[in-house]
Design a protein around this ligand. Structure first.
Ligand code: PLP
Length: 397
């Protein structure tokens, strides 16, 4: 067999993509699988953005772009930050990448050396820990609970910090929990960060628009911290553009330059057509995005009703993003006579095989008691999926 690099053994493939693949395999065998595993809007990209892409092709935007993104796009990102977040950035702060995933990879590789610690509150998006491992850094998980609304407290943060702490990485709205930090909660964390000026704060805000309970708040609003906050965002979720692969960061020029240098060797930047379309997406009227959010709001309501009607599922009410992340540990130790459920992976596989609904085990997010279900699916599929889940769980004794 081939001797592959040791890098490959340091990290895992995304559990989210693995579940989607298992679901597709079952479906290929003719099974009617409902996919609640994937993290993407089921909507089409808004028309005006598609028109911009067609025009970009006709206008021959077909050459290599600047590595950090077209100048007009980096300007558009600055306009977006001013409009949505009241944050002042200049194009030199902005690097556009092949999705927020590459933005995160760039930033982590630009900052983290062997042995550096990165504090990540659980539950967290699967990719965070693996990117830190790729960089040979050390993941420091800090456990947040359903009872605490899946939010990190200042005391927990303070306790996790050591002289080796290089960065803090979190998302708000959070994938998978749906937690959304308020301004007051961010301010309380900011008090701790002020005591530790060496720590870089990586703030993943990709679910910014998908917020059901209030206003999006960025930790970059605290002007004394802004220079060491890196905001990660992108078009995938808010504009239903996952396949277009467009993400971006706002960071101090030193970090931005470092990301540009890495990207110059990895990808040379994201594709020209997506970039030209992104200028339109970011500067045009946001009504199509907020129409999607309205639909997610209705699905969230319905999902909560359905989940609450199932015994044993302890449910945190998501405030943002499009997932529900119930604590399912009530079922651990139970069996339907043939399959015994001992952990979140068993639970997820049991639902896939018996209810034909795919989900993602909480272990992948650093939270073994929970399982993630998306509500980015049609209302009909949501109804059907939860009815099947209810039946399947009723068989566990
Ligand atoms: N950050 C979070 C929290 C996500 O859930 C995702 C996608 O699932 C991403 C980043 C990456 O998004 P993309 O690479 O599609 O821009």
């Amino acid at each position: 067999t081939m001797q592959l690099s040791s890098l490959l053994s340091r990290f895992a493939e995304p559990e989210t993509l693995k579940m989607a693949k298992l679901g597709r395999e079952l479906r290929a065998k003719g099974v009617d699988v409902i996919d609640l595993s994937l993290g993407e809007p089921d909507f089409d990209t808004p028309e005006h953005i598609k028109e911009a892409a067609k025009k970009a092709i006709d206008d021959n935007w077909s050459h290599y772009t600047p590595v950090a993104g077209y100048a007009d796009l980096r300007e558009a990102v600055c306009v977006k930050f001013k409009r949505d977040n009241n944050l002042e950035y200049k194009p030199e702060n902005i690097v556009v990448s092949t999705g927020a995933k590459q933005s995160l990879a760039n930033v982590i590789l630009a900052l983290v050396d062997e042995g550096d610690e990165v504090i990540i509150p659980t539950p967290y998006w699967v990719t965070y820990s693996e990117l830190v491992k790729i960089a040979r850094g050390k993941v420091v998980e800090v456990h947040t609970t359903t009872e605490a609304g899946f939010k990190l407290t200042p005391a927990q943060l303070e306790k996790a910090i050591t002289p080796k702490t290089k960065a803090f990485l979190f998302s708000s709205p959070c994938n998978p929990s749906g937690a959304v930090y308020t301004k007051a909660e961010l301010e309380a964390l900011a008090v701790v960060f002020r005591k530790h000026p060496g720590i870089v704060i990586l703030s993943d805000e990709i679910y910014e628009y998908i917020n059901f309970t209030g206003k999006h708040e960025s930790i970059a609003q605290f002007s004394d911290l802004k220079d060491r906050v890196v905001i990660i965002n992108g078009l995938s979720k808010g504009f239903a553009m996952t396949g277009w692969r467009l993400g971006y960061i706002a960071a101090n020029p030193e970090i931005a330059k470092a990301c540009e240098k890495l990207q110059g060797q990895f990808t040379s930047g994201t594709n020209s057509i997506a970039q030209k379309s992104a200028v339109v997406a970011l500067t045009a009227d946001l009504t199509p995005s907020f129409d999607m959010v309205k639909e997610f709001t209705a699905r969230r309501e319905r999902t909560l009703q359905l989940v609450k009607a199932i015994p044993g599922l302890k449910c945190f009410e998501p405030q943002g993003a499009f997932y529900i992340f119930p604590d399912v540990s009530y079922y651990y130790g139970k069996s339907d006579g043939t399959t015994k459920i001992t952990n979140s992976a068993d639970f997820s596989m049991y639902l896939l095989n018996t209810a034909h609904v795919s989900s993602v085990m909480g272990d992948a997010f650093g939270e073994p008691a929970c399982v993630r279900f998306s509500f980015a699916n049609s209302m009909g599929n949501i109804e059907k999926a939860w009815a099947r889940i209810k039946d399947a769980l009723a068989r566990l004794k």
